[in-house]
Design a protein around this ligand. Structure first.
Ligand SMILES: Nc1ncnc2c1ncn2[C@@H]1O[C@H](COP(=O)(O)OP(=O)(O)OP(=O)(O)O)[C@@H](O)[C@H]1O
Ligand SMILES: [Mg+2]
Length: 318
Protein backbone atom coordinates (compact mmCIF):
# COMPACT_ATOMS: atom_id res chain seq x y z
CA UNK A 1 0.00 0.00 0.00
CA UNK A 2 2.46 2.56 -1.10
CA UNK A 3 3.99 4.44 -3.97
CA UNK A 4 6.81 2.18 -5.08
CA UNK A 5 9.47 3.30 -7.50
CA UNK A 6 11.78 0.57 -8.65
CA UNK A 7 14.93 0.62 -10.72
CA UNK A 8 14.18 3.69 -12.84
CA UNK A 9 16.72 4.32 -15.55
CA UNK A 10 16.54 7.15 -18.07
CA UNK A 11 19.10 8.37 -20.54
CA UNK A 12 19.05 11.61 -22.53
CA UNK A 13 21.67 11.31 -25.26
CA UNK A 14 24.94 10.95 -23.38
CA UNK A 15 23.46 11.91 -20.00
CA UNK A 16 22.39 9.07 -17.73
CA UNK A 17 19.79 11.16 -15.88
CA UNK A 18 18.49 8.24 -13.78
CA UNK A 19 20.71 5.32 -12.99
CA UNK A 20 18.55 2.91 -11.01
CA UNK A 21 16.31 5.03 -8.77
CA UNK A 22 14.27 3.08 -6.21
CA UNK A 23 12.33 4.19 -3.16
CA UNK A 24 8.92 3.76 -1.56
CA UNK A 25 6.55 6.30 -0.01
CA UNK A 26 3.85 5.31 2.46
CA UNK A 27 0.41 6.93 2.60
CA UNK A 28 0.14 9.50 5.38
CA UNK A 29 3.76 10.41 4.92
CA UNK A 30 5.59 13.54 3.81
CA UNK A 31 8.44 12.40 1.65
CA UNK A 32 11.32 14.65 0.61
CA UNK A 33 13.15 13.98 -2.61
CA UNK A 34 16.46 15.75 -2.18
CA UNK A 35 19.27 16.55 -4.50
CA UNK A 36 21.32 19.24 -6.19
CA UNK A 37 20.47 20.77 -9.57
CA UNK A 38 20.46 18.11 -12.26
CA UNK A 39 20.32 15.21 -9.81
CA UNK A 40 17.21 13.73 -11.47
CA UNK A 41 14.33 14.90 -9.26
CA UNK A 42 12.09 16.34 -11.97
CA UNK A 43 12.78 13.46 -14.35
CA UNK A 44 11.71 10.98 -11.65
CA UNK A 45 8.50 12.90 -10.94
CA UNK A 46 7.62 13.13 -14.61
CA UNK A 47 8.07 9.39 -14.96
CA UNK A 48 5.91 8.72 -11.88
CA UNK A 49 3.16 10.82 -13.48
CA UNK A 50 3.46 9.03 -16.80
CA UNK A 51 4.53 12.22 -18.60
CA UNK A 52 7.72 10.50 -19.65
CA UNK A 53 8.66 6.85 -20.17
CA UNK A 54 11.61 5.33 -18.35
CA UNK A 55 14.11 3.20 -20.25
CA UNK A 56 13.78 0.68 -17.45
CA UNK A 57 12.01 0.34 -14.14
CA UNK A 58 8.48 0.58 -12.79
CA UNK A 59 6.17 2.79 -10.75
CA UNK A 60 3.38 1.24 -8.70
CA UNK A 61 0.66 2.71 -6.54
CA UNK A 62 -1.12 0.32 -4.15
CA UNK A 63 0.57 -2.55 -5.95
CA UNK A 64 -0.79 -1.67 -9.41
CA UNK A 65 1.08 0.07 -12.25
CA UNK A 66 0.77 3.83 -11.78
CA UNK A 67 -0.56 4.20 -15.33
CA UNK A 68 -3.61 2.08 -14.53
CA UNK A 69 -4.91 4.58 -11.94
CA UNK A 70 -7.26 7.36 -13.01
CA UNK A 71 -5.84 10.83 -13.54
CA UNK A 72 -7.57 12.24 -10.49
CA UNK A 73 -5.36 9.98 -8.31
CA UNK A 74 -2.47 12.36 -8.94
CA UNK A 75 -1.86 15.98 -8.07
CA UNK A 76 1.15 17.58 -9.70
CA UNK A 77 2.78 20.93 -9.06
CA UNK A 78 5.25 21.17 -11.90
CA UNK A 79 8.58 22.92 -11.59
CA UNK A 80 7.76 25.27 -14.48
CA UNK A 81 4.35 25.83 -12.84
CA UNK A 82 1.48 25.63 -15.24
CA UNK A 83 -1.41 28.02 -14.89
CA UNK A 84 -2.82 30.59 -17.28
CA UNK A 85 -1.36 33.97 -16.36
CA UNK A 86 -4.15 35.93 -18.06
CA UNK A 87 -7.09 33.98 -16.64
CA UNK A 88 -8.73 35.11 -13.39
CA UNK A 89 -7.71 33.07 -10.37
CA UNK A 90 -11.04 31.57 -9.34
CA UNK A 91 -12.13 30.89 -12.90
CA UNK A 92 -9.08 28.79 -13.65
CA UNK A 93 -9.22 26.91 -10.37
CA UNK A 94 -12.80 25.90 -11.19
CA UNK A 95 -11.72 25.08 -14.75
CA UNK A 96 -8.87 22.78 -13.73
CA UNK A 97 -10.98 21.03 -11.06
CA UNK A 98 -13.69 20.47 -13.71
CA UNK A 99 -11.11 18.74 -15.92
CA UNK A 100 -10.77 16.23 -13.09
CA UNK A 101 -14.53 15.77 -12.87
CA UNK A 102 -15.28 18.13 -9.98
CA UNK A 103 -18.69 19.82 -10.52
CA UNK A 104 -18.26 23.56 -11.05
CA UNK A 105 -20.29 24.65 -8.02
CA UNK A 106 -18.33 22.39 -5.69
CA UNK A 107 -15.05 23.45 -7.30
CA UNK A 108 -16.01 27.07 -6.76
CA UNK A 109 -16.94 26.60 -3.10
CA UNK A 110 -13.78 24.68 -2.32
CA UNK A 111 -11.54 27.03 -4.28
CA UNK A 112 -13.00 30.00 -2.40
CA UNK A 113 -12.43 28.20 0.89
CA UNK A 114 -8.76 27.74 0.03
CA UNK A 115 -8.33 31.30 -1.23
CA UNK A 116 -9.79 32.50 2.05
CA UNK A 117 -7.53 30.25 4.05
CA UNK A 118 -4.47 31.43 2.14
CA UNK A 119 -5.60 35.03 2.62
CA UNK A 120 -5.86 35.82 -1.09
CA UNK A 121 -9.64 35.82 -1.43
CA UNK A 122 -9.62 39.42 -2.61
CA UNK A 123 -7.64 38.29 -5.68
CA UNK A 124 -10.24 35.70 -6.73
CA UNK A 125 -11.42 37.63 -9.77
CA UNK A 126 -8.08 39.12 -10.78
CA UNK A 127 -5.84 37.73 -13.47
CA UNK A 128 -3.18 35.43 -12.08
CA UNK A 129 -0.42 37.65 -13.51
CA UNK A 130 -1.49 40.53 -11.25
CA UNK A 131 -0.66 38.52 -8.11
CA UNK A 132 2.75 38.48 -6.45
CA UNK A 133 4.87 35.42 -7.16
CA UNK A 134 4.30 33.94 -3.70
CA UNK A 135 0.55 34.38 -4.07
CA UNK A 136 0.66 32.80 -7.53
CA UNK A 137 2.40 29.87 -5.94
CA UNK A 138 -0.39 29.46 -3.41
CA UNK A 139 -2.89 29.44 -6.29
CA UNK A 140 -0.76 26.78 -7.97
CA UNK A 141 -0.94 24.69 -4.83
CA UNK A 142 -4.73 25.01 -4.68
CA UNK A 143 -4.90 23.89 -8.32
CA UNK A 144 -2.83 20.85 -7.40
CA UNK A 145 -5.09 19.65 -4.59
CA UNK A 146 -8.58 20.83 -5.52
CA UNK A 147 -9.58 17.49 -7.07
CA UNK A 148 -8.55 15.76 -3.83
CA UNK A 149 -5.79 13.51 -5.23
CA UNK A 150 -4.46 10.60 -3.18
CA UNK A 151 -0.88 11.29 -4.24
CA UNK A 152 0.66 14.75 -4.41
CA UNK A 153 3.89 15.33 -6.31
CA UNK A 154 5.28 18.81 -5.91
CA UNK A 155 8.42 20.02 -7.59
CA UNK A 156 10.17 22.64 -5.43
CA UNK A 157 6.94 23.95 -3.87
CA UNK A 158 8.71 26.29 -1.42
CA UNK A 159 10.99 28.22 -3.74
CA UNK A 160 10.51 31.96 -3.38
CA UNK A 161 7.98 31.97 -0.51
CA UNK A 162 8.29 34.41 2.37
CA UNK A 163 8.20 33.00 5.93
CA UNK A 164 4.47 33.65 6.41
CA UNK A 165 3.48 31.92 3.17
CA UNK A 166 5.97 29.17 3.85
CA UNK A 167 4.31 28.46 7.20
CA UNK A 168 0.86 28.47 5.54
CA UNK A 169 1.91 25.98 2.90
CA UNK A 170 3.64 23.74 5.40
CA UNK A 171 0.52 23.68 7.58
CA UNK A 172 -1.53 22.71 4.51
CA UNK A 173 0.97 19.91 3.76
CA UNK A 174 0.72 18.49 7.25
CA UNK A 175 -3.05 18.60 7.09
CA UNK A 176 -2.99 16.60 3.84
CA UNK A 177 -0.65 14.11 5.45
CA UNK A 178 -2.98 13.74 8.43
CA UNK A 179 -5.82 13.03 5.99
CA UNK A 180 -3.81 10.06 4.75
CA UNK A 181 -2.55 11.60 1.52
CA UNK A 182 0.82 10.64 0.12
CA UNK A 183 3.02 13.71 -0.31
CA UNK A 184 6.22 13.80 -2.28
CA UNK A 185 8.08 17.03 -2.79
CA UNK A 186 11.47 17.78 -4.25
CA UNK A 187 13.86 20.33 -2.84
CA UNK A 188 17.49 21.27 -2.59
CA UNK A 189 16.72 23.12 0.65
CA UNK A 190 17.71 20.41 3.09
CA UNK A 191 16.67 22.37 6.17
CA UNK A 192 13.10 22.55 4.89
CA UNK A 193 13.12 18.82 4.35
CA UNK A 194 14.57 18.14 7.77
CA UNK A 195 11.80 20.09 9.48
CA UNK A 196 8.94 18.63 7.46
CA UNK A 197 9.68 15.14 6.14
CA UNK A 198 8.88 11.83 7.75
CA UNK A 199 11.12 10.17 5.17
CA UNK A 200 13.59 11.28 2.54
CA UNK A 201 15.63 10.03 -0.37
CA UNK A 202 18.84 11.80 -1.32
CA UNK A 203 19.60 11.51 -5.02
CA UNK A 204 22.86 12.36 -6.74
CA UNK A 205 23.60 11.93 -10.45
CA UNK A 206 20.55 9.73 -10.87
CA UNK A 207 21.33 7.43 -7.96
CA UNK A 208 19.73 7.23 -4.53
CA UNK A 209 22.61 7.59 -2.08
CA UNK A 210 20.52 7.51 1.13
CA UNK A 211 16.85 6.80 1.84
CA UNK A 212 14.56 6.01 4.74
CA UNK A 213 13.00 7.63 7.79
CA UNK A 214 14.53 11.11 8.23
CA UNK A 215 15.79 10.18 11.69
CA UNK A 216 17.48 7.01 10.41
CA UNK A 217 19.07 8.82 7.49
CA UNK A 218 20.43 11.47 9.87
CA UNK A 219 21.87 8.73 12.08
CA UNK A 220 23.28 6.77 9.16
CA UNK A 221 26.72 8.39 9.26
CA UNK A 222 27.40 6.92 12.69
CA UNK A 223 28.57 10.34 13.81
CA UNK A 224 27.08 12.83 16.20
CA UNK A 225 26.73 16.57 15.93
CA UNK A 226 27.33 18.91 18.87
CA UNK A 227 26.09 22.45 19.17
CA UNK A 228 28.49 24.09 21.49
CA UNK A 229 29.00 27.60 22.82
CA UNK A 230 31.07 29.06 25.63
CA UNK A 231 31.44 32.60 26.85
CA UNK A 232 34.79 32.85 25.01
CA UNK A 233 34.51 35.60 22.40
CA UNK A 234 34.27 34.11 18.91
CA UNK A 235 33.88 30.61 20.31
CA UNK A 236 36.42 28.21 21.77
CA UNK A 237 39.48 27.61 19.62
CA UNK A 238 40.79 24.49 21.29
CA UNK A 239 37.86 22.21 20.27
CA UNK A 240 39.28 21.02 16.96
CA UNK A 241 42.45 19.85 18.71
CA UNK A 242 40.40 17.15 20.46
CA UNK A 243 40.60 13.72 18.80
CA UNK A 244 37.69 12.91 16.49
CA UNK A 245 36.25 16.44 16.54
CA UNK A 246 35.90 18.72 13.50
CA UNK A 247 34.24 22.11 13.23
CA UNK A 248 31.35 21.79 10.79
CA UNK A 249 30.07 25.34 11.03
CA UNK A 250 30.92 28.45 12.98
CA UNK A 251 27.50 29.95 13.63
CA UNK A 252 26.66 33.29 15.18
CA UNK A 253 25.64 31.92 18.52
CA UNK A 254 27.19 28.47 18.55
CA UNK A 255 29.76 26.28 16.86
CA UNK A 256 28.54 23.11 15.23
CA UNK A 257 30.96 20.25 15.68
CA UNK A 258 31.09 16.85 14.10
CA UNK A 259 32.17 13.93 16.22
CA UNK A 260 33.61 10.81 14.65
CA UNK A 261 31.92 7.54 15.56
CA UNK A 262 33.36 6.46 18.90
CA UNK A 263 34.42 9.96 20.00
CA UNK A 264 32.89 10.95 23.33
CA UNK A 265 30.85 14.17 23.43
CA UNK A 266 31.16 14.24 27.22
CA UNK A 267 34.95 14.49 26.90
CA UNK A 268 34.39 17.82 25.19
CA UNK A 269 32.26 19.05 28.06
CA UNK A 270 34.79 17.88 30.64
CA UNK A 271 37.57 19.63 28.76
CA UNK A 272 35.58 22.88 28.70
CA UNK A 273 34.99 22.72 32.44
CA UNK A 274 38.64 21.82 33.13
CA UNK A 275 39.60 24.93 31.16
CA UNK A 276 37.34 27.03 33.34
CA UNK A 277 35.04 28.02 30.44
CA UNK A 278 31.40 28.99 30.98
CA UNK A 279 29.42 26.56 28.85
CA UNK A 280 26.40 28.37 27.43
CA UNK A 281 25.23 25.63 25.12
CA UNK A 282 25.95 21.94 24.81
CA UNK A 283 23.60 19.89 22.70
CA UNK A 284 24.18 16.43 21.28
CA UNK A 285 22.11 15.84 18.13
CA UNK A 286 22.06 13.76 14.99
CA UNK A 287 23.91 15.24 12.03
CA UNK A 288 21.81 17.44 9.74
CA UNK A 289 20.70 16.18 6.32
CA UNK A 290 23.23 18.64 4.91
CA UNK A 291 25.95 16.78 6.83
CA UNK A 292 24.63 13.46 5.52
CA UNK A 293 24.63 14.88 2.00
CA UNK A 294 28.25 16.02 2.32
CA UNK A 295 29.14 12.65 3.76
CA UNK A 296 27.56 10.70 0.90
CA UNK A 297 28.15 12.99 -2.03
CA UNK A 298 31.38 14.69 -1.00
CA UNK A 299 30.13 18.24 -1.52
CA UNK A 300 27.47 20.73 -0.42
CA UNK A 301 24.06 21.04 -2.00
CA UNK A 302 24.32 24.46 -3.61
CA UNK A 303 22.25 26.68 -1.35
CA UNK A 304 20.46 28.46 -4.16
CA UNK A 305 16.91 29.67 -4.12
CA UNK A 306 16.39 31.06 -7.57
CA UNK A 307 13.06 32.57 -8.52
CA UNK A 308 11.13 30.26 -10.80
CA UNK A 309 9.50 31.80 -13.84
CA UNK A 310 5.82 31.03 -14.21
CA UNK A 311 4.93 29.55 -17.55
CA UNK A 312 2.35 31.44 -19.59
CA UNK A 313 0.42 28.37 -20.63
CA UNK A 314 -0.76 25.26 -18.88
CA UNK A 315 2.09 23.06 -20.14
CA UNK A 316 3.28 20.15 -18.09
CA UNK A 317 0.12 19.45 -16.13
CA UNK A 318 -0.72 15.85 -15.46
N1 LIG B 1 14.26 16.55 -21.76
C1 LIG B 1 15.56 16.44 -21.50
N2 LIG B 1 16.48 16.34 -22.49
C2 LIG B 1 17.79 16.21 -22.23
N3 LIG B 1 18.32 16.15 -20.98
C3 LIG B 1 17.47 16.23 -19.95
C4 LIG B 1 16.05 16.38 -20.14
N4 LIG B 1 15.46 16.43 -18.92
C5 LIG B 1 16.44 16.34 -18.03
N5 LIG B 1 17.65 16.20 -18.63
C6 LIG B 1 18.96 16.03 -17.93
O1 LIG B 1 18.79 15.01 -16.96
C7 LIG B 1 19.47 15.35 -15.76
C8 LIG B 1 18.47 15.39 -14.60
O2 LIG B 1 17.60 16.51 -14.80
P1 LIG B 1 16.40 16.85 -13.81
O3 LIG B 1 15.66 17.97 -14.43
O4 LIG B 1 15.66 15.61 -13.51
O5 LIG B 1 17.17 17.32 -12.50
P2 LIG B 1 16.60 17.98 -11.17
O6 LIG B 1 17.10 17.17 -10.03
O7 LIG B 1 15.14 18.20 -11.28
O8 LIG B 1 17.37 19.39 -11.14
P3 LIG B 1 16.89 20.86 -10.64
O9 LIG B 1 17.14 20.92 -9.16
O10 LIG B 1 17.82 21.78 -11.38
O11 LIG B 1 15.47 21.05 -11.03
C9 LIG B 1 20.17 16.67 -16.03
O12 LIG B 1 21.49 16.39 -16.43
C10 LIG B 1 19.37 17.26 -17.17
O13 LIG B 1 20.15 18.12 -17.96
MG1 LIG C 1 13.99 19.85 -11.26
Amino acid sequence: MSLTIEGLRKRFGTVQALDGVSFAVQPGEVFGFLGANGAGKTTTMRIVLGLMKPDEGSVRWQGEPARSWPRRTWGYMPEERGLYLRMPVLEQLVHFAALYGIPRRRGRDEALGWLRRFEIEEHANRRLESLSKGNQQKVQYIATILHDPAVLLMDEPFVGLDPVNLAMLKAAFLEMRDRGKTLVFSTHQLEQAEALCDSVAIIDHGRVVAAGATRDVRRSTGRQAIRFATSAPGGPEWVSSLPGVTVARDGNDYTELRMDAGADPQALLREAIARGEDVLRFEVTDPSLEDVFIDRVGRHVAAIDQPQPLAGVAGGRA
